[in-house]
Design a protein around this ligand. Structure first.
Ligand SMILES: Cc1ncc(COP(=O)(O)O)c(C=O)c1O
Length: 371
């Protein structure tokens, strides 16, 4: 059997047809940039989250840059981010001329905590960017308290956490602003690049909606030296359809995750995802850990099962960030997570037979019972 790491399946049945109809409609209407489709999706996404505003932008990376810029991050500022995130979080900080300061994650949830962030605060610190990694929310109360007591800005990287909650409140609604990505494989994914800045602060919302569109509020009247980072009309139309199914798809992700959790408990030295109290997990990524990661990955590959690693080389060991002067061994938890993590296939539409085959193969690897 061949099992892809991720695939776009028609789940729930009928979603593909609706998406195709929307694509055709937009092509026929010939409004390709902004317009009512973008506005409608922005309103629907903000409403879904319980936030004041969602502003569609070109990508999750742009959403981070714009959110950070909106809260005032600029050259010579320091911004604390988790060391074990996708490189975009760090690049967004660097893009604004600020310095990313890397914090170790919690050993069990792999998320940034107020404890590790607090140790890194200096007079230059401007903001903290918690990343709701793999789809699990960070402990937001403590992070919000920390930011408040040091007058720091809080910008959430919610690129992997559409629909995840902390104490029944959606990720992306805690900070001054939040960044979402609609990269196709995300829990809410477009059919190309896309992202959104979410905020309940009208001034930040107005800044972002002008800045993403050459700094104009009205055509050819520019208040700011802005950029072009608009959410495509086509993507917005597709996202509006897919948003309706986000809850259902997240539930399916949770069901699949629970099946893995049940079946893989106590197998070999496997460490399975741990969900912290109050933090819900929408399993954008189902991450397991083992000291035999590379061997397991190769074994599954031979069995026809694709897996992924999030992320094999931590930011502080990337050539691009050698200027930060972190040494190998300086962020031990982050390095250990990078060396032992493996992501198993988990997406809406993964079949029962496929998941059983994955579980059986993982068990066979650890129990030396090849089949
Ligand atoms: C944690 C995190 N932040 C930011 C991004 C950037 O999003 P995009 O690829 O849409 O630029 C991603 C995903 O790719 C991500 O996983």
């Amino acid at each position: 059997m061949q099992v892809p790491y991720v695939a776009f399946r028609d789940w729930p049945v009928g979603i593909t047809q609706q998406v195709e109809q929307e694509v055709t409609r937009v092509l026929r209407e010939q409004q390709f940039i902004l317009g009512p489709d973008v506005q409608t999706f922005e309103d629907a996404f903000a409403k879904f989250l319980g936030a004041g505003f969602a502003i569609g932008v070109g990508s999750g990376f742009d959403a981070l840059v714009l959110a950070l810029k909106a809260v005032g991050v600029g050259p010579s500022d320091e911004v604390i981010i988790p060391a074990n995130t996708f490189i975009a979080t760090a690049n967004a900080v660097a893009q604004l001329g600020a310095t990313p300061v890397l914090a170790e994650p919690d050993k069990l949830t792999y998320n940034l905590t107020a404890d590790t962030a607090a140790k890194l605060i200096t007079t230059k610190t401007k903001a903290i960017v918690p990343v709701h990694l793999y789809g699990q929310t960070c402990q937001m109360d403590e992070l919000m308290e920390l930011c408040e007591s040091y007058s720091l800005k809080l910008v959430e990287d919610a690129a992997q956490a559409h629909g995840a909650t902390y104490k029944n409140q959606f990720a992306g609604t805690f900070g001054d602003a939040a960044a979402f990505s609609f990269y196709p494989t995300k829990n809410l994914g477009a059919v190309g690049d896309g992202g959104a800045v979410v905020t309940s602060n009208p001034e930040l919302a107005s800044f972002v909606s002008m800045y993403r569109n050459y700094g104009q509020q009205e055509k050819y009247h520019h208040q700011l030296v802005g950029i072009n980072s608009r959410l495509d009309t086509l993507q917005a139309a597709v996202l509006r359809i897919k948003l309706k199914y986000l809850r259902q798809q997240n539930k399916e992700r949770q069901r699949l995750a629970n099946q893995y959790l049940k079946e893989l408990q106590g197998i070999g030295d496997l460490m399975l995802p741990v969900t912290a109290e109050y933090c819900s997990h929408v399993y954008h990524i189902f991450n397991i850990r083992t000291s035999r990661r590379n061997e397991l990955k190769n074994y599954l590959q031979q069995k026809g099962i694709q897996t992924a690693i999030h992320y094999p080389v931590p930011i502080h060991l990337q050539p691009a960030y050698s200027y930060l002067k972190y040494k190998k061994g300086s962020l031990t938890i982050t390095e250990e997570v990078a060396n032992t993590s493996l992501s198993l296939p988990l997406f809406p539409g993964l079949s029962k037979a496929e998941q059983e085959y994955i579980i059986q193969s993982v068990k066979a690897f650890f129990l030396n019972q090849d089949f």
